[in-house]
Write a protein that binds this ligand. Structure first.
Ligand code: NAD
Length: 466
């Protein structure tokens, strides 16, 4: 599971070889450390004329005490002052200053000409972003724009952001956030996640924030008092999810198949959680999950992480390999829909509950030898998209789609394919289980009321399906 190439790239001889052969040079990514501020470095804030989200963005920057700079923009300065954000002056001729994040409110861009505002903000400072820096562009949902020119201009932001993600290198990530009208108060969990190293391996993503109930939380313990079930929690990504949700304050019920009992007990012991040894494909799995949470105030969060691969080209695939992958990866995800959220079972998931599914970039791009797996993971996206608008009581459903993550699952891939998967992304490295876990914790956050129906890839902007 170790990335020997990355270790070699850091050595003096490795640096020499990589530079001269033009090989990818992975930058060690910043990752969340307990007690660290949301963002460790300066933020440069900009806004297009008549942008409507600057107040909400400034409020978040003020809440996290970000060291924020802005150029000469009277409208922005006035809006920031109104919410108590202390903006420091930045002169674009200053080439010495370094920033950890470049944040641009593009909501005022209503036609193709005004897209030049993006160029004018980012071009002069493109070389002044630190390693593991953040580029965040915030716009309004193109499909809900007031005119065709605004829809074109807002959608154009996506091409810009995804290209920046591919250009900036050195662990820099670039994201686009579309905010619905009236959803300004729901932006905070998203901005905090994207500004912080919790989103280390999330790049080139488009996140939609819709209007939800505004909830006040303790950001140090965003899941305090919540009960979560994590399937496949005995190892790999599931183990990391269990740890991160527990760190954020949740009681975690760790679920895995009975043969994994010993590892399950180890993980649950480390985080003060409980154990549920259960095959998620069992007919009564939904009932058993509900029963396990009954004495803990009911279930608030379910994370469908359990999954398997059984790779073979279609011509060589035995029917039992097809059935196994579809049953575990897909049918089990429907448990939360059929057992926990149908009107007759609404008590199965508490109000403001969270369902988070684990898809895969294979489900978006398809993959050789993975007709069964890719079908199952595409189906997970179908579940999320269909279910999201039907949910009531503040319950949300979202999915993460990991790319190449360093686990036992990817360690089993043949060497050449494994190396290609690891390097073919904007970070030139695989992600860690904790990167997927942090993204799941963001969706699971009590404050993420405005996130419903999103599929966010945790893939370092993999070229697969990009
Ligand atoms: P893993 O094989 O290390 O862990 C999967 C866990 O699921 C295991 O503990 C296994 O026992 C459990 N499980 C399998 N069948 C089960 C069942 N019927 N009931 C209950 N538990 C069951 O895999 P991982 O790499 O940690 O992957 C976790 C999830 O992430 C999977 O859904 C996988 O498809 C997805 N994913 C992983 C990657 C990656 O690069 N590792 C990429 C994309 C998606």
């Amino acid at each position: 599971m170790s990335d020997q190439y990355q270790a070699f790239a850091k050595s003096p001889i490795g640096k020499f070889v990589i530079k001269n052969l033009g090989l990818p040079s992975p930058t060690p990514l910043d990752r969340f450390q307990a007690g660290a501020p949301v963002i460790d470095g300066a933020v440069l804030l900009g806004a297009a004329v008549n942008s409507t989200l600057t107040g909400a963005i400034s409020q978040v920057l003020s809440n996290i005490h970000a060291d924020t700079y802005a150029g000469n923009n009277a409208q922005l300065q006035q809006t920031a002052a109104e919410v108590g954000l202390n903006l420091r002056a930045f002169n674009s001729g200053d080439k010495e200053s370094k920033f950890k994040a470049l944040v641009f409110d593009a909501s005022g861009i209503e036609n193709a000409d005004q897209l030049k505002d993006l160029y004018n903000f980012f071009n002069p400072v493109a070389r002044q972003l630190e390693a593991s820096g953040r580029v965040i562009v915030i716009g309004t949902t193109p499909e809900k724009a007031g005119s065709v020119s605004a829809a074109i201009a807002q959608r154009a932001l996506e091409g810009f952001v995804k290209s920046v993600g591919k250009e900036f290198k050195r662990g820099v990530v670039a994201e686009l956030v579309y905010v619905d009208k009236g959803a300004e108060a729901n932006l905070e969990s998203t901005l905090r996640f994207l500004l912080s190293p919790r989103s280390a391996y999330v790049s080139g993503q488009v996140i939609h924030v819709s209007k939800g109930k505004a909830v006040k939380i303790d950001w140090a313990q965003p899941l305090a008092g919540k009960t979560a079930v994590v399937t496949g929690a005995s190892r790999g990504i599931g183990e990391a999810i269990a740890h991160v949700l527990a760190r954020d304050g949740a009681h975690v019920i760790c679920l895995d198949i009975p043969p994994q009992q010993a590892d399950l007990e180890r993980v649950a012991g480390e985080i003060g959680g409980s154990v549920l040894a259960l095959d998620i494909t069992a007919a009564d799995a939904g009932e058993k999950i509900k029963a396990a949470a009954a004495d803990k105030g009911g279930l608030d969060i379910i994370v469908h992480n359990a999954g398997v691969t059984r790779d073979k080209t279609l011509a060589n695939m035995k029917p039992e390999l097809w059935d196994m992958v579809i049953n575990i990866n897909l049918a089990s995800n429907a448990v939360s829909y059929t057992h926990l959220t149908l009107p007759t079972n609404r008590e199965g998931l508490n109000a403001n509950g969270r369902i988070v599914c684990v898809s895969s970039i294979s489900g978006i791009a398809g993959n050789l030898g993975q007709t069964n797996y890719a079908a199952s993971k595409a189906g997970v996206i179908g579940l999320v998209k269909f279910t999201a608008p039907t949910l009531k009581n503040g319950i949300t459903i979202n999915a993460v789609a990991p790319g190449f993550i360093e686990t036992q699952m990817t360690a089993a891939i043949p060497f050449a394919i494994r190396e290609a998967g690891r390097r073919m992304n904007s970070m030139s490295q695989g992600g860690l289980p904790v990167d997927v876990a942090e993204t799941i914790a963001y969706f699971a956050s009590t404050a993420s009321t405005g996130l419903n129906g999103n599929v966010v890839r945790v893939c370092g902007q993999s070229l697969l399906g990009a």
